[in-house]
Design a protein around this ligand. Structure first.
Ligand code: FAD
Length: 420
């Protein structure tokens, strides 16, 4: 039984069904991918796997304190013990050595996952407005660009192609950047990255799962677990009890509340992000290559005849309410970068909660509860890591070794506060 029909839950169901299991998926929404997987940035970006917790973040967060439309906002002053506990662990992960370990762990999942997605695409022919044109990271600030060039060298050591580009070369790769050519300090191009509509993908994969016999219980709110002697016997829902022999927790930002019922503390905190999706008219100058604007923590993905502009992060609890000032800032940044991309007045605004761990690495694998497995905490890269995470979970549940080294990906890494 997979709890949660976001992109992570549905990919898990797919690989479990392929492995021959009888699979049931439970979600409170009326369909698949309707919460955080609904309108994200669309990027499949292993090459952008640097963790949020890195040496430069604490200073930036301090600088942005009190700035309502800042790219990253921590609401420290609220009464919020989970945020304080999470932030302490986050700070402990900021030193360069920790960031390198966490980058390595994330990359392991992300690179594997991109391969799994490509294989799934070949196998099923699934279409989700995907583009395989790479991702271009643009920089206006020469200092930030310098850092990015150094990071590109590091990623090179992990075998990822990150190519340093001049402003001229950046505009040649994506002509829609011509309007801001004079502002650019440079760019990094990652030709192997991709983009696509995570919601379309999730919805279509859920349909393929159903064809393989997976049962979906939509509109079903999970209240909790019935468990004894270290095993879960059933889940209780607003539609009654449901039983299975094994359970995968894939509830995104709501995983910690459920895990706590069986004594598991998951250090996951929701980081609210926004997106604006606008129609791209014929002849509009909207990008086709997916773009990352690191300074504003924003990404852009062309999804058919729409442009998705997404990003920013606000750590302010489990609510997805939008604030006008942050939504307007997001649209203003998009308009400044791509002034002729489309009709910004028509943009559909959305907010979602990224399930973020303090080290930016997802939590994958078994727990001390015999038949409970975790596939959660994917943070900023849940779409990127979904297929790989689903596949390793299916392998572990099937009693097979995962294709990747699972060291440092499980909940046990949080046993000591000092480590993560
Ligand atoms: C603005 C923004 C931009 C992003 N951009 C990117 C990007 O470019 N690339 C990338 O890789 N990632 C990106 N992400 C991150 C990515 O979207 C998430 O990591 C991913 O969607 C998480 O998927 P999930 O399946 O774990 O969670 P969800 O999609 O939230 O799924 C969890 C499911 O659990 C269900 N649920 C929760 N509680 C209950 C309950 N009690 N009972 C029943 N059902 C329940 C929910 O209905 C939901 O369907 C972005 C996120 C945001 C917010």
């Amino acid at each position: 039984m997979v709890l949660g029909a976001g992109v992570v839950g549905v990919t898990t169901a797919w690989y479990l069904a392929k492995a021959g299991h009888e699979v049931v998926v439970v979600d409170r929404q009326p369909g698949a991918g309707l919460e955080t997987s609904f309108a994200n940035g669309g990027q499949i970006s292993p090459c952008h796997a640097e963790p949020w917790a890195n040496p430069s973040t604490p200073l930036k967060a301090l600088r942005w304190m009190g700035v309502e439309d800042a790219p990253l906002v921590f609401r420290w002053r609220r009464w919020d013990p989970p945020l304080w506990a999470w932030s302490t662990r986050f700070l402990l992960n900021c030193p360069a050595g920790r960031a390198r370990v966490n980058t390595d762990r994330t990359l392991r999942v992300a690179i594997y996952s991109r391969g799994c997605l490509q294989a799934l695409r070949r196998e099923t022919g699934i279409e989700y407005d995907q583009k395989t044109l790479g991702i271009l990271h643009v920089y206006r600030d020469p200092h930030e660009f310098g850092h990015a060039v150094a990071a590109a060298d590091l990623m090179g050591k992990f075998g990822l192609r990150r190519q340093v580009k001049t402003p001229d070369e950046a505009v040649a790769i994506e002509p829609a950047l011509a309007a801001v050519h004079s502002q650019l300090a440079g760019a990094i191009f990652t030709p192997d990255d991709e983009s696509g509509d995570a919601h379309k993908f999730t919805r279509k994969l859920a349909a393929l799962c159903a064809e393989r016999g997976v049962t979906f219980h939509y509109g079903t709110r999970i209240h909790g677990f019935e468990w004894s002697a270290g095993r879960i016997g059933a889940i209780s829902t607003d539609r009654g009890r449901l039983r299975a022999d094994a359970y995968v927790l894939a509830l995104g930002s709501w995983s910690p509340q459920m895990a706590r019922q069986v004594g598991l503390e998951l250090p996951i905190y929701p980081a609210k992000g926004y997106s604006a999706t606008l129609p791209v008219a014929e002849g509009a100058e909207a990008p086709c290559v997916s773009i990352t604007d690191d300074e504003h923590k924003m990404v852009y993905s062309r999804l058919g005849d729409r442009l998705r502009c997404a990003g920013t992060a606000e750590l302010a609890g489990w609510n997805d309410a939008m604030t006008r000032i942050r939504a307007e800032a997001l649209v203003a940044h998009a308009k400044a970068l791509f002034p002729r991309a489309g009709d910004f007045a028509e943009a559909e605004l959305w907010a979602g909660l990224r399930p973020v761990t303090p080290d930016s690495v997802p939590i994958l694998g078994p727990t001390r509860i015999d038949n409970l497995f975790l596939n959660t905490g994917h943070g900023t890269l849940g779409w990127t890591m979904s297929c790989g995470s689903g596949k390793v979970l299916a392998d572990l549940i099937s009693g097979r070794p995962a294709d990747i080294d699972m060291t440092g990906l499980g909940l046990e890494r949080f046993a000591s506060l000092r480590i993560a």
